[in-house]
Design a protein. Sequence first.
Length: 470
Amino acid sequence: MENILTSETIYASQMQCGNLTQIKNLARQAIRPRTDNYDLQCTALRSWSVNSGPMNEFLRQSAADIKKFQLSRIKNLVDNAYKNVPFYRDFYGACGYEEGSISSFSDFETLPIVTKTLLNDFCPSIRVNSPDVLEFANTFRTSGSSGKPFTVYTDDEDIVLDHLEVLRFYNSCLQYPLQESDWIYVIHHSGLAFSSLQGKYKTFQLPDLLADTPLGEHLLHLRPRLLITLPSYLPLILKHKAELQLSGVEAILTNSESSTQFERTYYSKALGIPVFDEYSSEEIGLIATQCSYGTYHAVEDGVYLEIVNADKGGFGSVICTDLNNELMPLIRFDHGDIARKRPDLKRCDCGSPCTALLEINGRRDDAFRTYDHQLVPSASILAAIDDILVTPDKTLGAFRMIQKSADELELVTHYKGQPHMPMVEILAQLTTRLSVLFGYSITLSHQAVEALPELKSYKRRSIVREWRVE
Ligand SMILES: [Zn+2]
Protein backbone atom coordinates (compact mmCIF):
# COMPACT_ATOMS: atom_id res chain seq x y z
CA MET A 1 0.00 0.00 0.00
CA GLU A 2 2.74 2.42 0.93
CA ASN A 3 4.14 2.42 -2.59
CA ILE A 4 1.04 4.02 -4.03
CA LEU A 5 1.05 7.08 -1.78
CA THR A 6 0.67 10.10 -3.99
CA SER A 7 1.64 13.64 -3.28
CA GLU A 8 -1.99 14.45 -2.36
CA THR A 9 -2.50 11.59 0.06
CA ILE A 10 0.81 12.53 1.67
CA TYR A 11 -0.78 15.86 2.64
CA ALA A 12 -3.87 14.05 3.89
CA SER A 13 -3.02 14.84 7.50
CA GLN A 14 -4.55 18.29 6.99
CA MET A 15 -7.85 16.62 5.96
CA GLN A 16 -8.34 14.92 9.33
CA CYS A 17 -10.87 17.46 10.61
CA GLY A 18 -13.28 14.98 12.17
CA ASN A 19 -16.34 16.57 10.50
CA LEU A 20 -15.81 19.81 12.43
CA THR A 21 -16.62 22.63 10.03
CA GLN A 22 -14.82 25.36 11.97
CA ILE A 23 -11.69 23.21 12.11
CA LYS A 24 -12.00 22.50 8.39
CA ASN A 25 -12.27 26.23 7.59
CA LEU A 26 -9.22 27.11 9.63
CA ALA A 27 -7.19 24.13 8.41
CA ARG A 28 -7.83 25.18 4.82
CA GLN A 29 -5.97 28.45 5.45
CA ALA A 30 -2.72 26.67 6.32
CA ILE A 31 -0.12 27.27 3.66
CA ARG A 32 1.69 24.17 2.51
CA PRO A 33 5.39 24.90 2.15
CA ARG A 34 7.05 24.06 -1.18
CA THR A 35 9.40 21.72 0.64
CA ASP A 36 6.53 19.55 1.85
CA ASN A 37 6.71 17.22 -1.15
CA TYR A 38 7.05 13.49 -1.68
CA ASP A 39 10.78 13.40 -2.45
CA LEU A 40 11.93 15.61 0.37
CA GLN A 41 9.67 13.83 2.87
CA CYS A 42 11.37 10.63 1.72
CA THR A 43 14.84 12.13 2.24
CA ALA A 44 13.87 13.43 5.67
CA LEU A 45 12.40 10.07 6.75
CA ARG A 46 15.47 8.17 5.59
CA SER A 47 17.75 10.68 7.27
CA TRP A 48 15.77 10.48 10.51
CA SER A 49 16.01 6.69 10.65
CA VAL A 50 19.78 6.81 10.12
CA ASN A 51 20.64 9.94 12.13
CA SER A 52 18.29 10.14 15.10
CA GLY A 53 20.62 7.89 17.12
CA PRO A 54 23.87 9.78 16.33
CA MET A 55 22.05 13.11 16.84
CA ASN A 56 21.17 12.07 20.38
CA GLU A 57 24.72 10.85 20.94
CA PHE A 58 25.98 14.27 19.87
CA LEU A 59 24.26 15.85 22.86
CA ARG A 60 25.82 13.36 25.27
CA GLN A 61 29.43 14.23 24.40
CA SER A 62 31.64 16.35 26.62
CA ALA A 63 31.41 20.11 26.18
CA ALA A 64 35.02 20.01 24.90
CA ASP A 65 34.12 17.56 22.12
CA ILE A 66 31.13 19.65 21.11
CA LYS A 67 33.32 22.78 20.92
CA LYS A 68 35.87 20.87 18.86
CA PHE A 69 33.16 19.90 16.39
CA GLN A 70 31.88 23.48 16.22
CA LEU A 71 35.31 24.96 15.65
CA SER A 72 36.01 22.66 12.74
CA ARG A 73 32.58 23.50 11.24
CA ILE A 74 33.23 27.20 11.69
CA LYS A 75 36.65 27.04 10.02
CA ASN A 76 35.11 25.45 6.92
CA LEU A 77 32.10 27.73 6.94
CA VAL A 78 34.17 30.92 7.14
CA ASP A 79 36.72 29.77 4.55
CA ASN A 80 33.97 28.70 2.13
CA ALA A 81 32.10 31.95 2.63
CA TYR A 82 35.30 33.91 2.06
CA LYS A 83 36.12 31.92 -1.09
CA ASN A 84 32.64 31.68 -2.64
CA VAL A 85 30.38 34.43 -1.31
CA PRO A 86 31.22 37.89 -2.71
CA PHE A 87 29.75 39.68 0.30
CA TYR A 88 32.01 37.87 2.78
CA ARG A 89 34.99 38.07 0.41
CA ASP A 90 34.82 41.88 0.58
CA PHE A 91 33.63 42.13 4.16
CA TYR A 92 36.33 39.90 5.65
CA GLY A 93 38.92 40.94 3.07
CA ALA A 94 38.55 44.54 4.24
CA CYS A 95 39.62 43.54 7.72
CA GLY A 96 42.59 41.51 6.54
CA TYR A 97 41.14 38.00 6.73
CA GLU A 98 43.13 35.27 5.03
CA GLU A 99 42.00 31.75 4.27
CA GLY A 100 42.76 29.27 7.05
CA SER A 101 43.45 31.91 9.65
CA ILE A 102 40.95 30.69 12.24
CA SER A 103 42.47 28.34 14.76
CA SER A 104 40.51 29.24 17.87
CA PHE A 105 37.18 30.72 18.90
CA SER A 106 38.93 33.95 19.84
CA ASP A 107 40.20 34.22 16.24
CA PHE A 108 36.63 33.69 15.07
CA GLU A 109 35.22 36.23 17.48
CA THR A 110 37.39 38.99 16.02
CA LEU A 111 35.43 38.76 12.76
CA PRO A 112 32.97 41.65 12.38
CA ILE A 113 29.31 41.11 13.24
CA VAL A 114 26.72 41.00 10.48
CA THR A 115 23.27 42.57 10.77
CA LYS A 116 20.08 42.29 8.77
CA THR A 117 20.36 45.96 7.81
CA LEU A 118 23.88 45.45 6.50
CA LEU A 119 22.96 42.32 4.50
CA ASN A 120 19.88 44.07 3.12
CA ASP A 121 22.16 46.60 1.41
CA PHE A 122 23.47 43.86 -0.89
CA CYS A 123 21.52 42.05 -3.56
CA PRO A 124 20.88 38.34 -2.93
CA SER A 125 23.30 37.13 -5.63
CA ILE A 126 26.17 38.72 -3.68
CA ARG A 127 25.12 37.03 -0.44
CA VAL A 128 25.07 33.41 -1.66
CA ASN A 129 27.72 30.91 -2.70
CA SER A 130 26.05 30.09 -5.99
CA PRO A 131 23.78 32.66 -7.69
CA ASP A 132 22.65 30.01 -10.23
CA VAL A 133 20.58 28.13 -7.67
CA LEU A 134 18.83 31.23 -6.30
CA GLU A 135 15.63 30.74 -8.25
CA PHE A 136 15.26 27.17 -6.94
CA ALA A 137 16.33 27.89 -3.38
CA ASN A 138 13.93 27.94 -0.43
CA THR A 139 13.25 31.45 0.72
CA PHE A 140 12.03 32.85 3.97
CA ARG A 141 11.05 36.45 3.60
CA THR A 142 10.28 37.84 6.99
CA SER A 143 8.99 41.07 8.38
CA GLY A 144 10.91 40.26 11.53
CA SER A 145 10.85 42.35 14.64
CA SER A 146 12.89 45.11 13.04
CA GLY A 147 10.19 46.00 10.51
CA LYS A 148 12.56 45.65 7.56
CA PRO A 149 11.80 42.73 5.26
CA PHE A 150 14.71 40.34 4.85
CA THR A 151 15.10 37.26 2.66
CA VAL A 152 17.01 34.16 3.72
CA TYR A 153 17.92 31.48 1.16
CA THR A 154 18.53 27.88 2.16
CA ASP A 155 18.96 24.59 0.35
CA ASP A 156 16.87 21.44 0.88
CA GLU A 157 19.54 19.79 2.99
CA ASP A 158 19.30 22.61 5.52
CA ILE A 159 15.49 22.29 5.63
CA VAL A 160 15.80 18.55 6.38
CA LEU A 161 18.46 19.06 9.06
CA ASP A 162 16.39 21.74 10.76
CA HIS A 163 13.40 19.41 10.79
CA LEU A 164 15.41 16.57 12.34
CA GLU A 165 16.58 18.94 15.08
CA VAL A 166 12.93 19.81 15.72
CA LEU A 167 11.98 16.11 16.01
CA ARG A 168 14.88 15.50 18.39
CA PHE A 169 13.65 18.38 20.57
CA TYR A 170 10.12 16.93 20.53
CA ASN A 171 11.45 13.59 21.74
CA SER A 172 13.36 15.29 24.55
CA CYS A 173 10.03 16.60 25.89
CA LEU A 174 8.42 13.16 25.97
CA GLN A 175 8.81 10.16 28.27
CA TYR A 176 9.43 7.93 25.25
CA PRO A 177 10.18 8.95 21.65
CA LEU A 178 7.53 9.75 19.04
CA GLN A 179 6.31 6.63 17.27
CA GLU A 180 5.64 6.63 13.54
CA SER A 181 1.87 6.62 14.06
CA ASP A 182 1.84 9.53 16.56
CA TRP A 183 0.24 12.89 15.82
CA ILE A 184 1.77 16.31 16.41
CA TYR A 185 -0.73 19.19 16.74
CA VAL A 186 0.43 22.64 15.68
CA ILE A 187 -1.57 25.79 16.51
CA HIS A 188 0.59 28.32 14.74
CA HIS A 189 0.49 30.55 11.67
CA SER A 190 3.58 28.82 10.34
CA GLY A 191 3.63 25.06 10.29
CA LEU A 192 6.49 22.60 10.19
CA ALA A 193 8.54 22.01 7.04
CA PHE A 194 6.72 18.67 6.58
CA SER A 195 3.09 17.73 7.21
CA SER A 196 4.32 14.17 7.73
CA LEU A 197 7.26 12.03 6.69
CA GLN A 198 5.44 9.91 4.11
CA GLY A 199 2.45 9.43 6.36
CA LYS A 200 4.55 8.96 9.50
CA TYR A 201 4.92 11.51 12.35
CA LYS A 202 1.82 13.31 11.06
CA THR A 203 1.16 16.96 11.83
CA PHE A 204 -2.13 18.81 11.94
CA GLN A 205 -1.87 22.59 11.65
CA LEU A 206 -4.41 25.20 12.75
CA PRO A 207 -3.04 28.57 11.56
CA ASP A 208 -5.12 30.45 14.17
CA LEU A 209 -7.10 29.60 17.28
CA LEU A 210 -10.35 31.52 17.78
CA ALA A 211 -12.63 31.77 20.79
CA ASP A 212 -15.21 29.43 19.24
CA THR A 213 -12.81 26.88 17.68
CA PRO A 214 -13.84 23.38 18.84
CA LEU A 215 -10.25 22.54 19.76
CA GLY A 216 -11.15 20.09 22.53
CA GLU A 217 -13.34 17.97 20.27
CA HIS A 218 -10.68 17.88 17.60
CA LEU A 219 -7.95 16.90 20.07
CA LEU A 220 -10.14 14.01 21.21
CA HIS A 221 -10.51 13.00 17.57
CA LEU A 222 -6.76 13.05 16.74
CA ARG A 223 -5.25 12.27 20.17
CA PRO A 224 -1.88 13.95 19.50
CA ARG A 225 1.04 13.46 21.89
CA LEU A 226 2.39 17.00 21.46
CA LEU A 227 0.81 20.42 21.12
CA ILE A 228 2.93 23.19 19.57
CA THR A 229 1.58 26.72 20.01
CA LEU A 230 2.11 30.44 20.52
CA PRO A 231 2.22 31.39 24.22
CA SER A 232 -0.66 33.84 23.67
CA TYR A 233 -2.98 30.93 22.90
CA LEU A 234 -2.42 29.30 26.30
CA PRO A 235 -5.40 31.10 27.95
CA LEU A 236 -7.72 29.87 25.17
CA ILE A 237 -6.27 26.36 25.34
CA LEU A 238 -6.99 26.33 29.07
CA LYS A 239 -10.71 26.50 28.23
CA HIS A 240 -10.34 23.06 26.64
CA LYS A 241 -8.52 21.61 29.65
CA ALA A 242 -10.72 18.54 30.19
CA GLU A 243 -10.54 17.38 26.55
CA LEU A 244 -6.84 18.21 26.36
CA GLN A 245 -6.12 15.93 29.29
CA LEU A 246 -8.43 13.18 28.02
CA SER A 247 -6.87 13.31 24.58
CA GLY A 248 -3.52 12.26 26.03
CA VAL A 249 -1.39 15.29 25.08
CA GLU A 250 1.89 14.77 26.99
CA ALA A 251 3.62 18.11 26.51
CA ILE A 252 2.97 21.63 25.19
CA LEU A 253 5.72 23.45 23.32
CA THR A 254 5.72 27.21 22.81
CA ASN A 255 7.69 29.40 20.42
CA SER A 256 7.82 32.65 18.37
CA GLU A 257 6.78 35.10 21.08
CA SER A 258 8.49 35.81 24.34
CA SER A 259 6.70 34.43 27.34
CA THR A 260 7.90 34.38 30.91
CA GLN A 261 8.76 31.25 32.88
CA PHE A 262 6.13 32.47 35.34
CA GLU A 263 3.41 32.32 32.68
CA ARG A 264 4.52 28.93 31.40
CA THR A 265 4.67 27.46 34.91
CA TYR A 266 1.21 28.85 35.60
CA TYR A 267 -0.31 27.19 32.53
CA SER A 268 1.65 24.01 33.03
CA LYS A 269 0.19 23.67 36.54
CA ALA A 270 -3.29 24.72 35.46
CA LEU A 271 -3.30 22.18 32.63
CA GLY A 272 -1.37 19.48 34.44
CA ILE A 273 0.93 19.16 31.41
CA PRO A 274 4.56 20.30 31.12
CA VAL A 275 5.21 23.35 28.92
CA PHE A 276 8.58 23.71 27.15
CA ASP A 277 9.68 26.82 25.31
CA GLU A 278 11.80 27.00 22.18
CA TYR A 279 13.89 29.88 20.90
CA SER A 280 14.02 29.89 17.13
CA SER A 281 13.85 32.16 14.12
CA GLU A 282 13.10 32.05 10.41
CA GLU A 283 16.70 33.04 9.69
CA ILE A 284 18.49 30.39 11.76
CA GLY A 285 15.91 27.73 12.66
CA LEU A 286 16.15 26.23 16.14
CA ILE A 287 18.53 28.19 18.34
CA ALA A 288 17.90 26.89 21.87
CA THR A 289 15.38 24.60 23.49
CA GLN A 290 14.23 24.29 27.08
CA CYS A 291 15.01 21.22 29.18
CA SER A 292 12.90 19.89 32.04
CA TYR A 293 14.90 22.12 34.43
CA GLY A 294 13.77 25.21 32.56
CA THR A 295 17.21 25.99 31.09
CA TYR A 296 17.52 26.86 27.40
CA HIS A 297 20.23 24.80 25.73
CA ALA A 298 21.79 25.91 22.46
CA VAL A 299 21.29 23.46 19.61
CA GLU A 300 25.03 23.17 19.15
CA ASP A 301 25.09 21.05 16.00
CA GLY A 302 22.95 23.69 14.27
CA VAL A 303 24.15 26.97 15.67
CA TYR A 304 27.14 28.56 17.40
CA LEU A 305 25.72 31.00 19.91
CA GLU A 306 27.47 33.98 21.48
CA ILE A 307 26.23 36.60 23.92
CA VAL A 308 28.19 39.81 23.37
CA ASN A 309 28.37 43.20 25.08
CA ALA A 310 26.70 41.84 28.18
CA ASP A 311 25.60 44.39 30.81
CA LYS A 312 26.08 44.03 34.56
CA GLY A 313 23.08 41.76 34.82
CA GLY A 314 24.58 39.48 32.15
CA PHE A 315 22.15 40.49 29.40
CA GLY A 316 23.77 40.90 26.00
CA SER A 317 23.06 40.64 22.28
CA VAL A 318 22.44 37.22 20.78
CA ILE A 319 24.89 36.53 17.96
CA CYS A 320 24.24 33.37 15.94
CA THR A 321 26.26 31.47 13.38
CA ASP A 322 24.20 28.97 11.39
CA LEU A 323 26.43 25.91 11.09
CA ASN A 324 24.36 24.32 8.31
CA ASN A 325 23.40 27.03 5.84
CA GLU A 326 26.21 26.88 3.27
CA LEU A 327 24.11 28.51 0.54
CA MET A 328 23.63 31.84 2.28
CA PRO A 329 25.98 31.80 5.24
CA LEU A 330 24.89 33.71 8.31
CA ILE A 331 28.11 34.14 10.27
CA ARG A 332 28.17 36.12 13.52
CA PHE A 333 24.67 37.31 12.72
CA ASP A 334 23.16 39.79 15.19
CA HIS A 335 19.71 38.54 15.94
CA GLY A 336 18.38 41.72 17.50
CA ASP A 337 17.47 39.83 20.67
CA ILE A 338 18.74 40.07 24.21
CA ALA A 339 19.58 37.04 26.39
CA ARG A 340 21.54 36.03 29.47
CA LYS A 341 23.98 33.12 29.54
CA ARG A 342 24.56 30.89 32.52
CA PRO A 343 27.67 32.45 34.09
CA ASP A 344 29.40 29.23 35.22
CA LEU A 345 30.32 26.27 33.06
CA LYS A 346 28.64 23.71 35.29
CA ARG A 347 26.70 20.97 33.55
CA CYS A 348 22.94 21.45 33.80
CA ASP A 349 21.07 19.09 36.13
CA CYS A 350 19.45 17.56 33.05
CA GLY A 351 22.90 16.32 32.01
CA SER A 352 23.22 18.50 28.91
CA PRO A 353 26.72 19.84 28.24
CA CYS A 354 25.37 22.45 25.80
CA THR A 355 25.63 26.22 26.27
CA ALA A 356 22.92 27.31 28.67
CA LEU A 357 20.78 30.43 28.50
CA LEU A 358 18.96 31.37 31.66
CA GLU A 359 16.69 33.97 30.15
CA ILE A 360 15.74 35.21 26.71
CA ASN A 361 14.44 38.71 26.86
CA GLY A 362 14.25 39.42 23.16
CA ARG A 363 11.19 40.11 21.06
CA ARG A 364 9.56 41.90 23.91
CA ASP A 365 5.91 41.33 24.18
CA ASP A 366 4.47 43.91 21.88
CA ALA A 367 1.06 42.35 21.78
CA PHE A 368 -1.94 44.43 20.90
CA ARG A 369 -4.98 44.17 23.16
CA THR A 370 -8.70 43.99 22.60
CA TYR A 371 -11.48 45.98 24.31
CA ASP A 372 -11.49 43.51 27.19
CA HIS A 373 -7.69 43.50 27.46
CA GLN A 374 -7.19 40.15 25.75
CA LEU A 375 -3.87 39.72 24.02
CA VAL A 376 -3.69 39.65 20.23
CA PRO A 377 -0.50 37.69 19.41
CA SER A 378 2.17 39.86 17.77
CA ALA A 379 3.26 36.84 15.78
CA SER A 380 -0.21 36.59 14.22
CA ILE A 381 -0.19 40.29 13.34
CA LEU A 382 3.24 39.93 11.77
CA ALA A 383 2.00 36.85 9.90
CA ALA A 384 -0.89 38.88 8.43
CA ILE A 385 1.54 41.61 7.37
CA ASP A 386 3.93 38.97 5.98
CA ASP A 387 1.18 37.37 3.89
CA ILE A 388 -0.42 40.53 2.54
CA LEU A 389 2.44 43.04 2.36
CA VAL A 390 5.83 41.51 2.79
CA THR A 391 5.86 38.23 0.87
CA PRO A 392 4.38 39.46 -2.42
CA ASP A 393 5.80 42.95 -2.16
CA LYS A 394 9.42 43.45 -3.03
CA THR A 395 9.06 47.22 -2.85
CA LEU A 396 8.14 47.57 0.81
CA GLY A 397 11.14 49.06 2.57
CA ALA A 398 9.89 49.24 6.13
CA PHE A 399 6.68 49.36 8.12
CA ARG A 400 5.27 49.92 11.56
CA MET A 401 1.86 48.97 12.93
CA ILE A 402 0.52 51.06 15.78
CA GLN A 403 -2.47 50.41 18.01
CA LYS A 404 -4.11 53.77 18.73
CA SER A 405 -7.17 52.56 20.64
CA ALA A 406 -9.19 49.40 21.15
CA ASP A 407 -10.38 49.48 17.55
CA GLU A 408 -8.06 51.87 15.71
CA LEU A 409 -4.81 50.80 14.13
CA GLU A 410 -2.40 52.76 12.00
CA LEU A 411 -0.07 51.31 9.41
CA VAL A 412 3.00 53.35 8.55
CA THR A 413 4.87 52.29 5.44
CA HIS A 414 7.93 53.31 3.53
CA TYR A 415 7.81 52.04 -0.06
CA LYS A 416 10.79 51.99 -2.39
CA GLY A 417 8.58 51.61 -5.48
CA GLN A 418 5.00 50.83 -6.47
CA PRO A 419 3.18 48.36 -4.18
CA HIS A 420 2.16 45.10 -5.89
CA MET A 421 -1.51 46.13 -5.81
CA PRO A 422 -3.49 49.31 -5.05
CA MET A 423 -3.02 50.42 -1.45
CA VAL A 424 -6.81 50.50 -0.93
CA GLU A 425 -6.93 46.81 -1.74
CA ILE A 426 -3.97 45.99 0.54
CA LEU A 427 -5.60 47.90 3.41
CA ALA A 428 -8.95 46.20 2.85
CA GLN A 429 -7.38 42.74 3.01
CA LEU A 430 -5.37 43.64 6.06
CA THR A 431 -8.40 45.13 7.83
CA THR A 432 -10.31 41.88 7.31
CA ARG A 433 -7.44 39.75 8.64
CA LEU A 434 -6.89 42.00 11.66
CA SER A 435 -10.61 42.17 12.47
CA VAL A 436 -10.65 38.36 12.63
CA LEU A 437 -7.71 38.43 15.05
CA PHE A 438 -9.38 41.04 17.26
CA GLY A 439 -12.77 39.36 17.12
CA TYR A 440 -14.52 42.62 16.09
CA SER A 441 -14.20 45.26 13.37
CA ILE A 442 -11.21 47.51 13.55
CA THR A 443 -10.44 50.57 11.47
CA LEU A 444 -7.07 50.82 9.81
CA SER A 445 -5.58 54.13 8.75
CA HIS A 446 -2.48 54.44 6.63
CA GLN A 447 0.42 56.82 6.43
CA ALA A 448 3.09 56.66 3.75
CA VAL A 449 6.40 58.15 4.83
CA GLU A 450 9.87 58.71 3.41
CA ALA A 451 11.48 57.26 6.52
CA LEU A 452 10.00 55.68 9.61
CA PRO A 453 10.04 58.05 12.56
CA GLU A 454 12.56 56.89 15.16
CA LEU A 455 11.14 55.75 18.46
CA LYS A 456 12.88 56.90 21.59
CA SER A 457 13.20 53.64 23.39
CA TYR A 458 11.86 51.01 21.05
CA LYS A 459 13.93 51.37 17.91
CA ARG A 460 13.47 47.79 16.83
CA ARG A 461 9.75 47.55 17.28
CA SER A 462 7.56 47.21 14.24
CA ILE A 463 4.50 46.67 16.41
CA VAL A 464 3.81 49.44 18.87
CA ARG A 465 0.86 49.83 21.22
CA GLU A 466 0.28 53.49 22.01
CA TRP A 467 -3.10 52.79 23.57
CA ARG A 468 -2.57 52.34 27.28
CA VAL A 469 -4.96 49.90 28.87
CA GLU A 470 -3.54 49.75 32.38
ZN1 LIG B 1 19.23 21.34 31.17
